[in-house]
Design a protein around this ligand. Structure first.
Ligand SMILES: Cc1cc2nc3c(=O)[nH]c(=O)nc-3n(C[C@H](O)[C@H](O)[C@H](O)COP(=O)(O)OP(=O)(O)OC[C@H]3O[C@@H](n4cnc5c(N)ncnc54)[C@H](O)[C@@H]3O)c2cc1C
Length: 315
């Protein structure tokens, strides 16, 4: 096993450890130092900062999807607070006329406390978003939550048109989930999958996963359903472009979406080729898990993080 592989596995593990999260939040020097590394990937720690970042990304020609970071809320009053904050996000987007949508984890707004609470809060947000003419995207979480998230998405789609869902190519069940999601309204965002997952449920990173992503992506592109190809993988981006060109597919319902701070030159190239592009822009103080995931999925980022911490550590 290579040191790099072990380091990425360790980072993924740390990302999911809630005691490490509270340790980081409760130790100001550590929090301040790591914060500089996190800033590269987020829109700031407050909604106001995130709105400013969104404006600047809109000026560069990219739409944005804003997420108030957090997941696995265990306390109903915190789930309520998170829901209120997402309402503020929707209002800010509408009031300031931003080219943006809202993205969220259902576990952030109460799903793991009680599925009904998560659904109720999601309805409140979907209704407000719909009235404001905005789209709401649901992220996909760990494998113990997949089916519940899909079920809640299905119920939301019975009431609202603009609620999208994220599907993870690494899950064996995603071929079936994609077929089901294609029957519902709401954008389908296709990602590789970021969580630790048991081998009987998910493929690991590598050629087999990339081939599966390609297959799912082709089905999605050809369906004409509103979709987001959410990857930084250059080979998959080139394949998507080729599929669209060769099959003369209309591209008005196709979007390419990437994470803030990750391969911006690839997103710009897609935008320059005439495609609609979007940046996933999270904000808030709970960036610990998010930072670990970004470092784990691309180990050279660890060196950049060290530079960020050392260079700005005393500010
Ligand atoms: C918009 C969006 C929403 C997402 N939502 C979810 C979700 O709801 N649930 C979920 O499980 N996952 C989600 N993800 C994360 C996703 O599952 C992958 O972990 C992540 O996108 C990396 O996979 P990749 O497709 O870019 O391919 P990879 O094979 O990881 O990367 C391909 C290439 O992209 C570049 N690259 C990738 N990541 C980085 C990085 N951090 N820094 C620098 N370069 C990098 C490198 O050149 C790398 O070789 C989301 C991703 C995006 C873009």
């Amino acid at each position: 096993m290579s040191a790099e592989f072990e380091a990425t596995e360790a980072l993924r593990h740390i990302a999911l450890d809630e005691t490490v999260k509270s340790y980081v939040l409760q130790h100001p020097p550590l929090y301040q130092a790591l914060r500089h590394a996190a800033m590269r990937f987020i829109g700031g720690e407050t909604l106001m900062q995130c709105v400013e970042t969104t404006k600047s990304l809109n000026k560069q020609g990219h739409a944005v999807t804003i997420d108030f970071m957090g997941e696995s809320t265990r306390d109903a009053s915190l789930a309520e607070q998170a829901t209120q904050e997402f309402l503020n996000v929707i209002r800010a987007i509408a009031d300031q006329n931003l080219d943006a949508s809202v993205s969220l984890d259902l576990s952030h707004i109460g799903m793991v406390i009680d599925a009904k609470l998560g659904y109720r809060n999601a309805c409140t947000l979907a209704e407000t978003a719909e009235k404001a003419g905005l789209e709401m995207m649901i992220s996909m979480e760990g494998t113990d939550r997949t089916d519940l998230i899909l079920e809640i998405h299905q119920r939301l789609c019975e009431r609202f048109k603009g609620v999208g869902i994220t599907l993870q190519a690494y899950l064996y069940q995603t071929f079936d989930d994609l077929a089901a999601a294609l029957q519902r309204p709401g954008k389908i965002r296709l990602v590789k999958g970021a969580y630790e997952a048991p081998p009987n449920l998910a493929r690991s990173r590598g050629a087999e996963l990339d081939a599966t992503y390609h297959q799912l992506m082709e089905t999605l592109l050809r369906s004409g359903h509103s979709c987001s190809i959410a990857t930084h993988d250059q080979s998959l981006l080139s394949s998507a472009h080729k599929i669209i060109q060769d099959q003369s597919l209309a591209s008005d319902r196709i979007e390419f979406e990437m994470l803030q701070g990750v391969t911006p030159e690839r997103l710009k190239a897609m935008s320059d080729s005439g495609y609609r592009t979007r940046i996933y822009l999270p904000y808030g103080k709970e960036w610990h898990l998010y930072l670990c995931n970004r470092l784990a999925e691309y180990p050279p980022n660890i060196y950049q993080a060290i530079v960020d911490v050392v260079k700005h550590g005393h500010e």
